[in-house]
Design a protein around this ligand. Structure first.
Ligand code: NAD
Ligand code: ZN
Length: 351
């Protein structure tokens, strides 16, 4: 349904300043300008990073900002000069808005674009009825992929894919994923899809460990016992070729490095503003281990990610554990739960 002429405001959630709960407000519906697309949001995920933006652990702004960087929906209207999509198309939204011309954009690493902005952090995101985006950030959604799945793929799965690619995972290698939350539940499946021989899934929450076992992983309970020792025991003392940290704790970042095999690669994606320690000789130099930072993901990774989901290699039914409406109190509760590492995996807002 196109917006009625008199429909000029929309329901939205806004973060007014860090350290404060998010709030419900009515704001103007954005108008698509040259090369822009107005998307009616059908689903928007709630990521642990949103809890970091709310608390101020990661700096967002300028404020107020509409959070939400996991967004999928239907094209409502397009501005002049848009030929790649049309009203009614099912689409998902790549969360980075970049210039497309600078050195980093030309190199295909648009997360470093000098004027780049992330939706839901630096500019308005998808916890609203509509979002306006440049056409280059809009990807067509294959019919096989439900819109709620597409939404959470826009960060949780895409960051996981980027982490595995940064870690240069090759077919036949072993992988350990630390944290089976929103990101980790995708990371283990994508590791299998990319040919991993064995995938260890470390968490401290029995609900998450059960989910991981159902996804064909070897569950490792970090709450009882030492996950590094468990991984070594299960790999004849060798360790894993690739470790992915998707929690954001110095202790588990270190465990990821400590669980590596000779010439293993640890990709760290969990956000923290604290330092973590590595025993330089024993854990880094001597095994020629690599520690790799993971920032966001790339538009060029979208086709592969969408194809994995279309083929059923990435299944998200059990990853979305609840939906909520555009209700500030409910959303603040979800963010509180993420801060406490609760039982839910991904929550999706249905506006
Ligand atoms: P989440 O809360 O859904 O998942 C975290 C998981 O870690 C939970 O299952 C929790 O039980 C588990 N956990 C907590 N403490 C643990 C411990 N000591 N040992 C083992 N497991 C433990 O979070 P998410 O949405 O999946 O995000 C994960 C992290 O990745 C967050 O810090 C988020 O901000 C970050 N992130 C980074 C990027 C990036 O570009 N680098 C992108 C998206 C998210
Ligand atoms: Zn995210």
């Amino acid at each position: 349904m196109p917006p009625r002429e008199e429909e000029i405001v929309m329901r939205a959630i806004q973060l007014m300043q860090p350290g404060r709960p998010v709030e419900f407000h009515e704001v103007d519906i954005p108008l698509p300008g040259d090369g822009e697309v107005l998307v009616r949001v059908k689903a928007a995920g709630i990521c642990h990073s949103d809890a970091h933006y709310r608390s101020g652990v990661t700096q967002a702004g300028p404020f107020p900002v509409i959070p939400g960087h996991e967004v999928a929906g239907i094209v409502e209207s397009t501005g002049p000069g848009v030929a790649s999509c049309k009203p009614g198309d099912r689409v998902c939204v790549h969360y980075l808005v970049s210039c497309g011309r600078c050195q980093y954009c030309s190199m295909g690493c648009e997360q470093f674009c000098g004027t780049g902005k992330m939706i839901g952090k630096h500019r308005d995101g998808g916890w609203a009825e509509y979002i306006c985006m440049p056409y280059r950030s809009i990807f067509s959604l294959p019919a096989e992929i439900p819109v709620e799945h597409a939404a959470i793929m826009m960060c949780s799965s895409s960051t996981s894919l980027h982490a595995l690619r940064k870690a240069r995972l090759r077919g036949g290698e072993t992988v350990a994923v630390f944290g089976i939350g929103g990101l980790g539940a995708s990371a283990v499946q994508l590791a299998h899809a990319m040919g991993a021989r064995r995938v260890f899934a470390v968490d401290i929450n029995p609900v998450k460990l059960k989910l991981a076992a159902g996804l064909g992983c070897v569950p490792i309970d970090g709450a009882h016992g030492d996950p590094v020792a468990e991984i070594r025991k299960a790999t004849d003392g060798k360790g894993v070729d690739v470790a992915i940290e998707v929690i954001g704790l110095p202790a588990t970042m270190r465990q990821a490095v400590q669980s590596l095999a000779i010439q293993g690669r640890a990709a760290i994606a969990g956000l923290s503003n604290r330092t973590f320690e590595i025993a330089s000789y024993r854990e880094l130099l001597s095994p020629e281990a690599e520690v790799i930072g993971v920032a966001d993901h790339l538009a060029q990774e979208m086709p592969l990610l969408l194809e994995f989901a279309r083929q059923g290699k990435l299944k998200l039914d059990h990853v979305i554990t609840r939906t909520v409406p555009l209700d500030a109190a409910r959303i603040n509760e979800v963010l509180d739960e993420l801060d406490r590492f609760g039982d839910h995996v991904r929550t999706v807002i249905i506006p």
